[in-house]
Design a protein around this ligand. Structure first.
Ligand code: AMP
Ligand code: ZN
Ligand code: FE
Ligand code: FE
Length: 295
């Protein structure tokens, strides 16, 4: 086999949010497939980071603390990835608490609405399915399928759970500048996840949005992602280079909950070289004068 440059996966989810692998299982799988480094980027929580980091130490994989925070945006979604921050920082913990509170309130409303529609579903079942503090629509969809209310996940989202559908309620999200600001306050770097999901009309509109994020301090753009085609990747690489942003990349692995997305390689289209992480660490070191600790 020809020598291939080492690869990393900087976008993954565990049971601490809506993935199906525990943080330990995730790192074990990363070791099995030979990743040189991995980041765990659960939605709205740092709860899985200590376990993942310990497993990574044990298995000799480089670990990058991460998180994925959704910001206010429409019509698509804007997700900001945070990297290399202090997981215990009050800045990041305060955001996590507010987001989880917001989810709890929104989830209660959505479940009540589903019950009105005749779905046999309780908030306890949904929370039980989630396992951790971060509870959301993918967990609801599975209970809806099991109770026979819908046939599959697509029906659950298309009729009830998707933005604007009959059981949908918005949840608390920070404006983009504050999401980036919280990650910076915790000593980290911020990268725009899967720009494709902004659902911008065209590349000019995407560029305007990403420029506004750069003005708010954005550090990177996720060019490699399971949902990006080659032409998307090229567009984001070019944009990152023109705006002086780092490039990040990852599969957005969710275990069996997104069975077509493999760790490291996504849908067969993801290949994030280790050099991306080296560049990210350089930017981080420049920002923080090489201090590792945060207060
Ligand atoms: P939540 O965290 O509760 O806001 O739910 C967001 C998650 O629901 C996303 O990460 C997706 O996995 C899933 N999701 C959102 N919209 C759709 C959709 N239209 N079809 C399928 N899955 C979706
Ligand atoms: Zn997710
Ligand atoms: Fe995302
Ligand atoms: Fe994600």
């Amino acid at each position: 086999m020809a020598n291939k440059p080492p690869i990393v996966d900087l976008h993954t989810h565990s049971t601490a949010s809506d993935g199906t692998s525990t943080p330990t299982e995730l790192i074990e799988r990363a070791a099995e497939i030979g990743l040189k480094a991995i980041s765990l980027t659960d939605h709205d929580t740092t709860a899985g980071l200590a376990e993942a980091s310990a497993a990574a130490d044990r298995l000799g994989i480089e670990f990058v603390p991460g998180i994925e925070i959704s910001a206010e945006f429409s019509p698509g979604t804007m997700h900001i990835l945070g990297y290399l921050f202090d997981p215990d920082s009050p800045a990041i913990q305060a955001v996590s608490e507010k987001y989880i509170e917001g989810r709890d309130g929104r989830n209660a409303k959505m479940v009540a609405r589903l019950q009105e529609f005749g779905c046999r579903i309780t908030i306890e079942e949904v929370e039980g399915r989630a396992g951790g503090d971060v509870v959301g629509r993918p967990h609801m969809a599975e209970i809806m399928i099991e109770s026979g209310f819908v046939r599959n996940k697509q029906e659950a989202f298309n009729k009830y759970l998707a933005k604007g559908e009959s059981a949908y309620f918005d949840r608390y999200r920070l404006p983009q500048s504050e999401a980036i600001g919280a990650i910076h306050a915790a000593g980290g770097l911020a990268s725009l996840a899967h720009p494709i999901q902004l659902k911008a009309q065209n590349s000019a509109e995407r560029e305007r949005i990403i420029r506004s994020l750069a003005d708010d301090g954005l550090d990177g753009v996720e060019a490699y992602h399971s949902q990006h085609r080659n032409e998307d990747v090229r567009e984001y690489l070019d944009l990152a280079s023109r705006l002086g942003l780092c490039v990040t990349g990852g599969s957005d692995f969710h275990g069996s909950r997104k069975a077509n997305v493999a760790l490291g390689t996504g849908a067969g289209n993801v290949r994030a070289p280790y050099s991306l992480l080296e560049e990210l660490r350089k930017r981080h070191a420049l920002r923080h004068g090489r201090r590792v600790e945060a207060n």
